[in-house]
Design a binder for this molecule. Sequence first.
Ligand code: PGA
Length: 246
Amino acid sequence: MIIANWKCNGSIEMMLSWTDDYVKECDDIHTFDTFVGVAPPSIYFETFSVEISHLNILGGVQDIDYLDGSRTGAISVDMLIDLGCDFSIIGHSERRQIFNEDNNLIRKKLKSLNEKIMTILCIGETKEENDKGITKDVLKNQLEIVNGLDLDTQFTVAYEPVWAIGSGITPKPKDINEIHKYIKDVVQSNSVNNRTPKVLYGGSVTDKNAESFFTEEFVDGALVGGASLDGSSFASIVNIFNGIDK
Ligand code: PGA
């Protein structure tokens, strides 16, 4: 599974050239064997969906609200279902840090998406937490939001160390692998139905380093920020993933 998170970037013009570049570079634009998803800013979701309707790409969003009604500025799950949205990212560290989102709110979002739209839950430790050696404790705490839930089959986690996002610095592939195994075990034991999720790695993934992550046993794909803004770089990452026999 390869997911693009465009964050607050892009324009109508960019989407057109992005699609052209993706089509030129991607070796396999029509089959859906690999889940390839792009989350543009919500306001562009519909235009982008039309652009990619003939390609092996599913459309998603970067966040949702958990209720509808009197919630100015919000976009609800039912509205996204109406537009044919295939997945939603929630809990990204930028939402946690800039918009003060906590576990309580992210759990409400997860519950509103569960069994309706595929969820990609982002978790990750800060540099300081990593230096202190408390990464697993931090992740365990962030994963408490799945406690007592019957998770749907598509529930996915993205492990994104905050210090790796946009920095060009990444953990070692073998360390990522160990953390992914840990995440799978925690979700499996905490969810009511013992769901083992797919776990994506995110944080400075590029077409140069992607292979080193994808060959690790418990890495099920990537959540790509900066490198996904270029259609051909993103397509190269998809090609690398498709070329690995797991
Ligand atoms: P990056 O962002 O690939 O630019 O590091 C990843 C993310 O924040 O999802």
